[in-house]
Ligand binder design. Structure first.
Ligand SMILES: [Zn+2]
Ligand SMILES: [Zn+2]
Length: 140
């Protein structure tokens, strides 16, 4: 694994471009129903990042935040709908980046699976040996 420096990413239409000023901290898979709806897929791969380390290179005006009544606000491109970031409640900067948005190998791999109690019935969870948590991952 080798990470390009700086690590960059984009939405599908290319309107939103960003770079990380610091390498991601960790990564995980989320099987929650919100992630299923948000992505249209069985699971979402997310990289934790240090708040303030996501720098928008273009398309700031396209980034739209969906703020649910509870849970983490989620950012997407308003032109193409690509999922981009989320932030922990109370944070003003992204704390998580959707790994599919990265342009190249981010240099880390998801190390756990959370919310597996809600996993999609139509796709088997891979037998990859990663720790599985029925609900949210324990905070360390
Ligand atoms: Zn876009
Ligand atoms: Zn989720």
């Amino acid at each position: 694994m080798s990470a390009a420096q700086p690590l960059t990413g984009a939405c599908l239409c290319g309107g939103v471009r960003f770079a990380l000023t610091e390498p991601p901290l960790s990564a995980s898979y989320c099987h929650c129903t919100r992630c299923q709806r948000r992505t249209g897929t069985a699971v979402s791969a997310n990289a934790r990042v240090k708040p303030g380390s996501v720098r928008l290179l273009s398309g700031e005006e396209l980034v739209q935040w969906y703020v649910p009544e509870d849970g983490s606000p989620k950012a997407f491109c308003s032109a193409c709908g690509s999922a981009l970031f989320s932030r922990l409640p109370g944070e003003h900067e992204p704390t998580s980046v959707r790994m599919g948005a990265f342009d190249s190998d981010p240099g880390l791999r998801p190390t756990l699976r959370q919310f597996v109690a809600y996993a999609a019935s139509w796709e088997q969870i891979p037998d990859d040996g990663l720790p599985r948590f029925p609900e949210r991952r324990p905070t360390t």
